[in-house]
Design a protein around this ligand. Structure first.
Ligand code: ADP
Ligand code: ZN
Length: 765
């Protein structure tokens, strides 16, 4: 692999070239480069990136760069099939090996394997360990093994799969092949477990930022489930929504209730017929169905990237699960909401489910204890009134700097102090004391609300002075107040099957009125709020996010909808989910930039040569006719440059949107090597506009040299700066060269460099 270790420069160029050629992407996201380096160096690695962080690229790109086969272990067929469909659209030879393959797919797989063109092969662990498969795979020349959803190997994760444990057996069978583990969810404990179980050798360990700034988290006490869910859905009209319930029955009841309220929702759980499940997940993926009410069975295989709302109708069993499930929102990097409707009763429900499961299962008490601990931490999160982004980050072992995240119920100030909180707290504490600190929350609530239950009467608790003192408060609200008191340390909840409440260190001073207890409740009427969004360039800028500068206007939104319609049509024709055609992020960028030519189309994030070839014509036609109809200018300035506003000398604003007619005239001049100044004069356009024409022309026509427009030494300087740049943004390069080379010329070299890194070899189909 001398070519890959030669020099940093040539590796940079290889990565850039393959990234653009196969994936149509201009730059890598944080940690992708390090993960790719590990794969190219043949080193074991453990990569922990949040959902949507871009893990797949970390094993897909190395397969293309090394031109060799990468085996991908993945837990679910649906998940594999979507990835394979997506890769095929990119022109990447990929296949999945599983029992449900058609005869044609099987034959194709055999052919690709035989002639050595196969680059990515997906397989579930069960299949992998079948004798014939194992015998065959060890004879292959593998560039590496990627283990997706690697937390499945750990009982400390949220999705333990015993089959994953066998993966370490592969180490003996495939000596010298590097293992690359990927997961979205890993506490340090799970991380260590993965490394140990897979026997990773001196792995490159990469842990990304868990925070998802584009998600707004809200945790509300559940007082009227149906109304609360309806309200949330109405905050996101026509958007993809997943509502998670704990039990199967609840999904059906809630879906029916939503239907009665005029929302087209369907239930999904493992108890439905296979036919119905396939139907509903296909409908959801094809955007025929937007609201799914489901158990967690609806999950891993669902990769629709435009989910704008994830509701938890009940509390999940761990923060790992919560993070994973909410992680399905906003995978396209656009803002999304995660609403948890929580009641203390949920924890009790889980506890009994887990205990039953523990008894029915192997009786692995270690695993049960682990589950109960995870549950407790989840409960603490739900009951607390601390910044949600901070709480999640810290749970996953990461510091959170921002004092106000601007994207959670706490920081958005959606909670207000309960006016008589002190008095209510005193009533609750007093009820706990009077009943002898021996009962759980539900019992205390019953006493406070004046329930004449058998046990209460038998114990004489109906005669306590606290009996019925909170008759006017709903049980769910009281439960939430108790959670808040536990969170504040004013009550202590015991561990175990039947947790009881007792007083905390400061409770006495609250009862005596020396210390003030604060209780909060949600304000009324929430509105959908834009959170921050994930953005590859603005993140690094640290300043302005794209949201403020790229909000689509009405006509652009219409264009976006038109493009979505086209995407849906193409997806139906190809029998693939729409998001594998283009992501919402790409459609938004298309609506914003409105490319009119193949060259400008190709400059949009998520468009590579293969997709240009397959879909370019139809998308360009839709854009063109929409723009004509609505009087929208086409070929708006390029992303990356305008989206993050430059400082005052920023050159981009001065560029008028080029008109297609001028381009041909300009091209004729450039072909003759006419200088920018002369061409500008001849065309009657500004210098900057003409330079932009030239850059586009260079991308389109790929001249062998750009010598007529830039001195050899300037070209060399810019080229070297570009090769060292992480993201190819112009401003840092301009600054690195002390402003001695104007933006226009930097752009020319960039266009030229992109050509050369695309190589002379046209993209293969
Ligand atoms: P994960 O597996 O970590 O949940 P994916 O691999 O599915 O995430 O990637 C999520 C989305 O991000 C996909 O739409 C993918 O195309 C996109 N993506 C990945 N890497 C990049 C990148 N470097 N630049 C822009 N988009 C990217
Ligand atoms: Zn916050």
């Amino acid at each position: 692999m001398a070519d890959l270790t030669d020099s940093a420069d040539s590796r940079d160029a290889l990565i850039t070239a393959n990234l653009q050629r196969w994936f149509g992407l201009p730059s890598l996201r944080p940690l992708q480069r390090e993960a790719i380096d590990a794969a190219l160096d043949g080193r074991d690695s453990l990569v922990v990136l949040p959902t949507g962080g871009g893990k797949s690229l970390c094993y897909q790109l190395p397969a293309m760069i090394r031109d060799r086969l990468v085996l991908v272990v993945s837990p679910l067929i649906a998940l594999m099939q979507d990835q394979v469909d997506g890769l095929r659209l990119l022109g990447v030879p990929a296949a999945a090996a599983h029992g449900n393959l058609s005869e044609a797919a099987r034959a194709e797989l055999r052919t690709m394997a035989k002639n050595g063109t196969l680059r990515l092969l997906f397989v579930a662990p069960e299949r992998l360990f079948q004798d014939d498969f194992l015998r065959w795979i060890v004879t292959r020349d593998l560039a590496g093994i990627a283990i997706d959803e690697a937390h499945c190997i750990s009982q400390w994760g949220h999705d333990f799969r015993p089959e994953y444990r066998r993966l370490s057996e592969l180490r003996e069978r495939l000596p010298g092949v590097a293992f690359h583990a990927f997961t979205a969810t890993a506490t340090p404990r799970v991380r260590d477990d993965i490394a140990a179980q897979l026997r990773l050798q001196d792995p490159v360990t990469l842990v990304g930022t868990f925070d998802r700034p584009e998600l707004v988290y809200r945790v509300l006490p559940r007082h009227d489930l149906e109304a609360q869910v309806e309200e949330a859905i109405k905050r996101h009209p026509d958007a993809a929504t997943i509502v998670y319930c704990i039990a199967r029955k609840e999904t059906e009841a809630l879906a029916a209730a939503l239907q009665r309220r005029g929302i087209a929702a369907e239930a999904y759980h493992a108890g439905l017929s296979a036919e119905l499940r396939t139907q509903r997940s296909a409908d959801f993926r094809a955007e025929r169905l937007n609201v799914v009410v489901a158990t967690v069975a609806f999950g891993m295989g669902i990769d629709r990237s435009d989910v704008r709302l994830v509701v938890h109708a009940g509390m999940p069993k761990s923060l790992e699960a919560y993070q994973q499930e909410t992680g399905r929102a906003g995978r396209d990097g656009l803002p999304a909401e995660c609403l948890l409707l929580y009641s203390a009763a949920d924890a009790a429900k889980w506890r009994s489910l887990m205990q039953r499961g523990g008894k029915e299962g192997e009786g692995d008490s270690g695993a049960l204890d682990a589950q109960l601990q995870l549950l407790q931490q989840m409960q603490r999160f739900a009951g607390s009134v601390r910044c949600r982004h901070r709480a999640i980050s810290e749970y996953f072992g990461q510091a959170y700097e921002d004092p106000n995240c601007g994207a959670c119920d706490v920081c958005l100030d959606e909670l207000e102090e309960v006016p008589d909180g002190q008095v209510i707290a005193q009533k609750i504490l007093s009820a706990v004391v009077r009943t002898g600190q021996r009962f759980g929350a539900n019992y205390v609530i019953d006493v406070l609300r004046g329930s004449r239950g058998e046990k209460i009467i038998a114990r004489g608790h109906h005669e306590l002075p606290t009996f019925g003192l909170c008759r006017d408060l709903p049980a769910a609200r009281l439960g939430n107040y108790i959670d808040q008191l536990v969170d504040a340390g004013l009550l202590v909840r015991s561990d175990g099957e039947y947790p009881t409440l007792s007083l905390g260190a400061q409770s006495k001073s609250v009862l005596q009125g020396e210390h003030r207890a604060v209780l909060r409740m949600p304000k009324q009427a929430l509105v959908a709020r834009g959170s921050r969004r994930r953005d590859d360039s603005s993140r690094r800028e640290g300043g302005v996010t794209r949201r403020e500068t790229t909000e689509l206007n009405a006509a652009e939104k219409e264009l976006f909808q038109a493009l979505r319609g086209l995407r849906r049509a193409i997806a139906t024709e190809l029998a693939v989910p729409p998001y594998v055609v283009f992501s919402d992020a790409t459609l938004e960028e298309l609506s914003l930039l409105r490319p009119a030519s193949p060259a400008t189309f190709l400059a949009v994030r998520g468009v590579g040569p293969k997709k240009l070839e397959s879909f370019g014509e139809r998308f360009l036609a839709t854009i063109k006719s929409h723009c004509q109809e609505h009087g929208l200018p086409v070929d708006s300035v390029l992303a990356g440059e305008v989206l993050v506003p430059e400082t005052s000398e920023g050159p981009e604003q001065s560029i008028a949107p080029p008109r297609p007619g001028n381009r041909e005239a300009a091209a004729a001049l450039f072909r003759r090597g006419v200088s920018i100044e002369d061409a500008a004069a001849s065309l009657g356009r500004a210098l900057s506009t003409t330079a932009q024409y030239l850059a586009d022309w260079i991308s389109e026509e790929r001249p062998t040299s750009i010598a007529p427009w830039i001195s050899a030494s300037d070209e060399a300087r810019v080229r070297s700066a570009l090769l060292q740049s992480e993201d190819g943004r112009l401003k840092p390069i301009f600054e690195a060269l002390q402003g001695e080379v104007p933006y226009e010329l930097i752009r020319l070299v960039k266009a030229q460099l992109q050509n050369s890194s695309l190589g002379t070899d046209p993209p293969r189909a």
